[in-house]
Design a protein around this ligand. Structure first.
Ligand code: FE
Length: 380
């Protein structure tokens, strides 16, 4: 049996990580940090999960380290009277939720604890942290290069550091990856997913009953992740799930719309986001027959390969088959007094064009009639 040490904040990422470590058969030692955070309720929720796990037969050591005397004086909206910003989790104003040097401080303690356990128990110890790609935009101390260098420094500064290794299993994933991982863990460990996640807190500013507002960046990210896996978040909110979800989706839509407006030309924007059609015979890829792949202009999702492109003569790029993993959405379109099948990017909902049944029979008989403005080509 291997030994693992991790920070258990009481949020959904570290909770999922704990389940993963248990699933992998580790003996797990966890540390929670009281750093004067407004959402210190997360530690009480973590304790509830530790108790639930014990009831289910999984013993986990949980210690709370009190750093509040110094860290409650730190700058930032999590530890001061400054208001926690609302909105999308990748917006610049979320930087006020960064606590100066937080992860270096926490990691330092975790590393010292892991090395000490390694000596005391005469075992190798892994340190696992639940950081993920969604954190990278706003939190520089969640980026892989930061942890690489921190680990190098800890190795240089300690004897027998070869017995301790750092693992970041979610570093390339996001909150959806993490929830899906937790579903697997709950199945394998015979735990109730909703009980586990009701015993977490992600909100930076819960009310005095511990209910999330559903409006801070961390709330929005969590709500959208639960929505992506088709589940209702079991954690208490100040409004109904339908209301917090509606709000989160509108924040996400506004955020993406700003990005699209910035990165797309007017024509690309009108075609993909407003369902417009470029004029026939004007598009960049109408008569384009170079070997390569065609991606969604908005989100880079692979849609078509050049070997399915043919000259239909209709004035727009024509493909007889979509890429095997494209999963292009099809929607009945009743506009302009016709019934047509509209095709959209399944990842970002960009309008691409339509699909008709007058394509080459030897390839299934379909013709994807796609706007060049919805595509980005990359040569092989
Ligand atoms: Fe897309």
């Amino acid at each position: 049996m291997s030994t693992a040490v991790m920070a258990l904040s009481g949020g959904m990422d570290s909770t999922s990580l704990l389940l993963r470590l248990l699933r992998e058969g580790n003996t797990v030692y966890t540390i929670g940090f009281d750093y004067g955070q407004k959402h210190v309720i997360e530690l009480a929720r973590a304790q509830q999960n530790i108790d639930y796990l014990a009831k289910c037969g999984y013993q986990v050591d949980f210690r709370i380290v009190d750093l509040s005397s110094i860290m409650s004086t730190f700058a930032g909206s999590l530890t001061s009277s400054e208001k926690v910003p609302e909105g999308h989790y990748e917006e610049a104003q979320m930087k006020s939720t960064v606590v100066p040097n937080r992860n270096a401080i926490f990691s330092s303690i975790i590393y010292g604890y892991a090395l000490s356990l390694s000596k005391k128990l005469d075992v190798d110890v892994s340190i696992s942290l639940g950081v993920h790609s969604g954190d990278h935009a706003i939190y520089p101390d969640c980026r892989p290069e930061f942890y690489d260098q921190l680990n190098d420094a800890f190795e240089l500064g300690n004897w027998e550091s070869d017995r301790v290794r750092l693992e970041l299993p979610y570093i390339d994933g996001d909150k959806v990856t993490i929830l899906n991982d937790a579903i697997i863990s709950c199945d394998q460990l015979n735990l109730n997913f909703d009980t586990v996640f009701a015993n977490t807190n992600t909100s930076y500013e819960p009310d005095n009953q511990g209910r999330s507002s559903g409006k801070t960046g961390s709330d929005i990210e969590r709500i959208l992740a639960f929505h992506s896996i088709d589940r209702i978040d079991p954690v208490p909110y100040q409004q109904s799930w339908d209301d917090v979800l509606k709000h989160a989706l509108s924040i996400q839509a506004d955020y993406l719309d700003n990005i699209y407006r910035e990165k797309l030309s007017e024509l690309q924007y009108q075609v993909t986001r407003n369902g417009a059609t470029e004029r026939a015979f004007t598009g960049l890829y109408d008569k384009h027959f170079v070997k390569g792949s065609y991606y969604c202009i908005c989100c880079n999702h692979l849609l078509f390969k050049s070997d399915s492109k043919y000259n239909s003569g209709c004035g727009w790029p024509a493909f007889h088959t979509e890429d095997a993993n494209a999963q292009i959405s099809r929607i009945k379109d009743y506009s302009h007094g016709m019934v047509r099948i509209e095709v959209k990017c399944s990842k970002c909902d960009a309008h691409l064009g339509h699909v008709f049944t007058d394509g080459p029979k030897e390839h299934g008989g379909e013709r994807y009639c796609i706007n060049s403005a919805a595509l980005k080509f990359k040569e092989d």
